[in-house]
Write a protein that binds this ligand. Structure first.
Ligand code: BTN
Length: 271
């Protein structure tokens, strides 16, 4: 496998990998529009677990049509091609698995990340990782899923778009230290496979739910939930066994919220 100066060392990544099928094939791009787009394009022909990894993205995609700032050599920008036999409504469970894997990897490296359900990881009140799960269809059926993960690893404050500086941060800004991207990536992928396999084989996500509850930023907090046409305030009670957010609204109604149905904003500030 080739080694790229100043870029990610792919041999080093391999040295950290302990997986059977995740990242056993890596497409590495020095610069790309979006790893998610590339993974969508090639996913039909590739084996499950293949990843697309880039040093820089010039069209990094975020949720809800936003962009994802992806400066060169500072972050981790990757997409994992997955082929689970699931219906689209189970997609949010894969996002939850990725969020749990990210928290476990950060924990291994001494950082206590919090999950802002469903797809953000927060460290020190700033978003440091985002997950964008997408589906590629073929003849109206799911062909493959793309698990896009962006981690702000060694970004300095100046690398973060000015308008996001009160909301977004990086592992380096939080810890004051450079983080080894290869080690972090290996750990994320190892945890992801461990949590994803039982889901793929038996739809089992209890371990991911347990991690999501333990690291939840929202449980016990008041949040504002934005649907397509309305906005409601409620208290988050739990994450249920399906990975949904259980919320008690002002009128005492209790509902389980699906990922993708709503966007959630904290009342007090940035989230
Ligand atoms: C979000 O929080 O809005 C999701 C951000 C996801 C960003 C990652 S970076 C790698 C992959 N490729 C993309 O274009 N987006 C995802």
């Amino acid at each position: 496998m080739a080694e790229f100066s100043k870029g990610l060392n792919l041999q080093d990544i391999e040295g950290h990998l302990d997986t059977k099928f995740i990242a056993r094939k890596i497409y590495y791009f020095d610069r790309i529009d979006s790893t998610n787009l590339k993974a969508k394009e090639i996913g039909g022909e590739e084996v499950e677990g293949t990843i697309v990894l880039a040093e820089e993205q010039i069209g990094g995609r975020g949720r809800l049509g936003r962009t994802w700032a992806s400066p060169r050599g500072k972050g981790l920008y990757l997409s994992i091609i997955l082929k689970p036999d699931i219906s689209p409504d189970k997609l949010s469970q894969i996002t939850l698995i990725a969020a749990a894997a990210l928290c476990k990897a950060l924990e291994d490296m001494g950082m206590e990340g919090k999950i802002k359900w469903p797809n953000d990881i927060i460290l020190g009140n700033r978003k440091v990782c985002g997950i964008l799960t997408e589906i590629a269809f073929k003849s109206n059926k799911i062909n493959h899923c793309i698990m896009g993960i962006g981690i702000n690893v060694n970004l300095d404050r100046g690398d973060i778009p000015e308008e996001l500086r009160d909301k977004a941060g990086s592992l380096k800004i939080f810890t004051g230290k450079e983080i080894k991207r290869e080690e972090l990536l290996g750990r994320v992928l190892n945890h992801f496979e461990r949590l994803y396999l039982p889901f793929k084989e038996e739809r089992e996500i209890s371990k991911s739910i347990e991690i999501s509850r333990k690291h939840s930023l929202l449980i016990g907090r008041n949040v504002r939930i934005r649907g397509e046409s309305k906005e409601e305030i409620g208290e988050v009670l739990d994450i249920n066994e399906k990975g949904e957010l259980v919320v008690k609204f002002k009128d005492s109604r209790i509902e389980a919220i699906f990922s993708g149905e709503v966007s959630i904003r904290g009342i007090d500030g940035y989230i």
